[in-house]
Design a protein around this ligand. Structure first.
Ligand code: NAD
Length: 259
């Protein structure tokens, strides 16, 4: 097989569902050796088993820093190095401003913010020590840029943090040839989207179809993303074509937000 990612060693988190599945699949199709990680071992392993001999799975809760260190160690031990990290795993719930609890805050931040940073740090350390440079792609959200339809305020905060860490990370890792970019998905049809729609129905009433229609009506192109829309940009950011692109946060959202 030949593709734009031929010979790359890639690590993708949250491969058991949604965008992670699409990104791992697109990377494998484009020739990368892909290690997928997920807290949900049966789901993650099933996805990676489908992708052939160049794909493998490691169980990991990205909120546990020791597990992310072990994950990067295993990727390097099995493949010699790590070229691309896609920090995709993320969690949220649909919550009103006054409903966010300390437990919600801690869970959402432990995965989307703290976990994402320490995996980025561990991957960058391996890339620096190898000397061959690398790519880090963080899955943020347009929630981090003020999208009013976000699932909750704490989640939006974590995604704003990802965008800020992408900029500073890109600056501080540039000397090692490591490019850091974010993708900011808009409304995207995944399990997480279904969960947010269910939460909206519980909180605001109406039917699922009405809640979905409300979400899509506000999108200028009148179309929610498929996970493959995110995977296509991830392939570009991991490829040679994006060698001079770093510190950017790219919206894929049908025109919802501009900056
Ligand atoms: N779906 C959307 O509309 C949307 C919009 C903007 C941004 N995002 C972001 O995109 C990313 C992917 O979201 P999705 O919609 O594909 O989600 P999803 O819920 O469909 O899939 C997320 C995957 O991550 C895994 N995961 C959850 N917690 C984990 C942990 N602690 N360690 C390892 N794996 C874990 C889950 O098991 C699951 O397989 C997230 O960062 C999310 O915040 C989603």
């Amino acid at each position: 097989m030949s593709g734009t990612l031929e010979g790359r060693i890639a690590l993708v988190t949250g491969v058991g569902a949604g965008m992670g599945t699409s990104i791992a699949t697109a990377f494998a199709r484009d020739g990368a050796t892909v290690v997928g990680a997920d807290i949900d071992e049966p789901a993650g392993r099933a996805v990676m088993d489908e992708l052939g001999p160049a794909a493998s799975f490691v169980a990991c809760d990205v909120a546990r820093v020791a597990e992310t260190h072990e994950l990067v160690r295993q990727v390097v031990a099995s493949n010699g190095r790590l070229d691309v990290l896609v920090n995709n795993a993320g969690v949220t719930r649909s919550l009103g401003f006054f409903d966010v609890t300390e437990d919600d805050w801690d869970l959402i931040n432990s995965v989307n913010n703290r976990g994402l940073f320490f995996l980025m740090q561990a991957a960058a350390r391996a890339m620096r020590d190898d000397g061959g440079g690398g790519r880090i792609i963080n899955i943020a959200s347009i929630a981090g840029k003020g999208y009013r339809g976000t699932s909750n305020v704490a989640y939006a905060g974590t995604k704003g943090s990802v965008i800020a860490m992408t900029r500073i990370g890109a600056t501080q890792l540039a000397r090692y040839g490591i490019n850091v970019n974010s993708i900011c998905p808009g409304v995207t049809r995944t399990a997480l989207f279904d969960q947010v729609i269910d939460g909206l129905v519980d909180r605001l009433g109406g039917t699922r179809a009405e809640a979905e229609a409300r979400a899509v009506r506000s999108i200028p192109l009148r179309r929610a993303n498929d996970p493959d829309d995110i995977a296509a940009l991830a392939v570009y950011l991991a490829s040679d074509a994006a060698r001079n692109v770093t510190g950017q946060s790219w919206n894929v959202d049908g025109g919802l937000v501009w900056d």
